[in-house]
Ligand binder design. Structure first.
Ligand code: SF4
Length: 226
């Protein structure tokens, strides 16, 4: 089985506990205005025009990889994961866009006894999450906006599905980190913080991670060829 991967980061320290390898899959159904990985949007390889040492370069973003190739890559650092309590994180884009590939990866990592984290926007059918729950040790789950109309305005999609999946996963009491990007003039307000506090009260087992806004993605969009 093959998937389209746009980056693999070894020795990642901020994508879950311990030392990790993070695999970034292409494809995302959302278009968050603040996204810093716009190269993940399309579910296909594409070119990015970048400047390196004053020279313009056309760099291919996204490459087909097999499950076996990724297992091989990830297993290189197994000793570090075991020592540090780390593992592998599957991120994107939205990894649920390449569902069968994500499922195969998670299954294979669990077979190798590697801790798995799924970094998701939550925008996928519940049946799909249900199918892979047992292969996920930790969720990194985004919470962007409580108001669905605003969610659609700023991310291109409404949030009912995301909130309903969030509730279902939280009720299962699986390890869960609610990742909350705080965006100036979008959700840096009392109502939003209050909603985050409500989640923390409702689901005391979850961790809350507030993420600072940065506009790293802004230039990238104009560099990308569609
Ligand atoms: S869900 Fe994540 S990857 Fe997708 S557009 Fe939003 S910030 Fe970017």
């Amino acid at each position: 089985m093959k998937g389209i991967v746009f980056d693999i980061q070894r020795f990642a320290l901020h994508d879950g506990p311990g030392i990790r390898t993070t695999i970034f899959l292409k494809g995302c159904p959302l278009r968050c205005e603040w996204c810093h990985n716009p190269e993940s949007f399309l579910l296909k390889p594409q070119y990015q025009n970048i400047t390196v040492n004053g020279e313009k370069i056309r760099k291919l973003v996204g490459e087909e990889k097999t499950v076996d190739e990724l297992i091989f890559e990830v297993l290189k650092d197994k000793d570090y994961y075991d020592e540090s309590g780390g593992g592998v994180t599957i991120s994107g884009g939205e990894p649920m866009m390449q569902f069968e590939f994500t499922k195969s990866l998670l299954k294979a990592f669990k077979k190798e006894k590697i801790h798995t984290c799924l970094d998701t926007s939550g925008f996928a059918k519940w049946e799909l999450f249900e199918e892979i729950l047992s292969y996920i040790d930790l969720f990194h789950y985004d919470f962007k906006l409580a108001d669905s109309a605003k969610h659609k305005k700023y991310t291109s999609q409404p949030n009912e599905l995301i909130l309903s999946n969030l509730e279902k996963i939280c009720k299962l009491k699986k390890p869960f980190i609610l990742r909350c990007p705080i965006i100036p003039n979008v959700n840096d307000n009392y109502e939003h913080n209050n909603k985050i506090a409500q989640f923390a009260k409702l689901y005391p087992h979850i961790e809350i991670d507030k993420l600072e806004y940065h506009d790293m993605g802004r230039n990238k969009i104009s560099e990308l060829e569609l």
